[in-house]
Design a binder for this molecule. Structure first.
Ligand code: KG4
Ligand code: ZN
Length: 337
């Protein structure tokens, strides 16, 4: 009988200290996430140095809890997977150093994982039937990517943002309307009570292909708020949040459906923090239904940063003998996809 493969995965690229145990790349035995949101809220965003220090304080406990919850021992683990980029250098280094030390102490293989490749892989545990090829839409705080996922390891980037990432735009707009960090979920919440659409123009040229741009939309929101303020009028935050959300996300819905059609693929999988957005989830589903495209949505807990997705990708790297690292592994903060 084939032996099960257990991956212990660590993710610490931003403000979440995460450890998960993943079985055969498809089953979650534990998923522990320590979020630092409450700590960074006071500063209106993630403070890198504070994030690194808190990862150091928490990582031992997070790993211990993941092992206990999975009901295994360290010896049962086949390999250790870790995010080595992209992300905040100090934050990444905590996870990378911990993983290197653990791999050395246990004499087990160390597998390096690209954070974005992790986000793409989250749906493999949520939808056991999902197999490449398909179109992937990754929407996070640092990335906005339309990807042709050719197989478990090979992906081709076909579209991206030319300026801000979509999550970054959500966070900036939240700040403009006075909502606390993290902005995305707060804009999502307020937008549900929006009734009127304020016309916010977003640049969209056929020649952009699958690329998108958010700096113009962000400026449109800022200008709209300033104009009302100068006139002494108040901003209807709900309407503005809905209007921004619609402008920011409709374009991604259109382009990812177009990618499916042009590439002849009838499967679309989404991931990253903004994939937790209800407007996106509902409207992408409707658009996919219309075009007979099967949409794979991860549960919200697997949209934002977690170590399960790193364990899944780590599994596929491990069984294919790809991206096996050693104790020279370093963090790569601007690792490209
Ligand atoms: O994937 P993620 O947790 O971290 C990165 O890799 O960046 O994504 C975080 C981003 C933040 O910009 C956050 O505001 C956004 O995802 N986000 C959302 C929602 N939940 C998180 N944006 C819109 N609606 C949401 N419900
Ligand atoms: Zn992420």
């Amino acid at each position: 009988m084939k032996k099960d493969i257990l991956i212990l995965a660590i993710e610490s690229s931003c403000d979440e200290t995460c450890c998960a145990i993943v079985k055969n790349g498809r089953e979650v035995l534990s998923n522990v996430i320590y979020s630092q949101i409450d700590i960074h809220k006071a500063y209106g965003g993630v403070v890198p140095e504070i994030a690194s220090r808190n990862h150091i304080l928490k990582i031992d406990e997070v790993v211990d809890t993941a092992i206990k919850e999975a009901n295994i021992t360290l010896n049962d683990i086949d390999a250790i997977a870790v995010t080595y980029g992209a992300g905040l250098v100090g934050a990444l280094l905590v996870g990378v150093s911990y993983a290197k030390a653990l791999a050395f102490a246990l004499n087990k293989p160390l597998v390096k994982v690209n954070h974005i490749a992790g986000h793409i892989s989250a749906n493999y545990v949520a939808h056991k039937e999902l197999e490449p090829p398909y179109i992937g839409l990754i929407v996070s705080g640092g990335h906005t990517l339309i990807i042709e996922v050719k197989d478990y390891l090979n992906h081709e980037l076909i579209g991206t943002t030319v300026d801000d990432a979509v999550g970054e735009a959500f966070d900036k707009v939240a700040r403009v309307v006075g909502l606390s960090y993290p902005g995305g979920p707060n804009v999502d919440r307020l937008s549900k009570n929006g009734k009127n659409i304020i016309p916010l123009k977003i640049k969209f040229n056929e020649s952009d292909g699958y690329n998108v741009s958010y700096s113009g939309l962000k400026t449109a929101v800022i200008n709209y708020v300033h104009t009302l303020e100068q006139k002494g009028e108040s901003v209807n935050k709900e309407d503005l949040c809905l209007s921004f959300t619609k402008s920011a996300l409709d374009i991604l819905i259109t382009k990812s459906i177009l990618a499916c059609k042009e590439k002849g693929l009838n499967k679309l999988s989404i991931g990253g923090g903004v994939a937790a957005n209800d407007y996106l989830r509902e409207n992408l589903q409707k658009a996919c239904d219309k075009e007979n495209i099967t949409l794979y949505l991860p549960p919200k807990k697997l949209c934002t940063d977690n170590a399960v997705m790193i364990g899944v990708r780590g599994y596929y790297n491990y069984i294919n003998n790809v991206d096996i690292a050693d104790n020279k592994l370093n963090a790569v903060p601007n690792l490209s996809f």
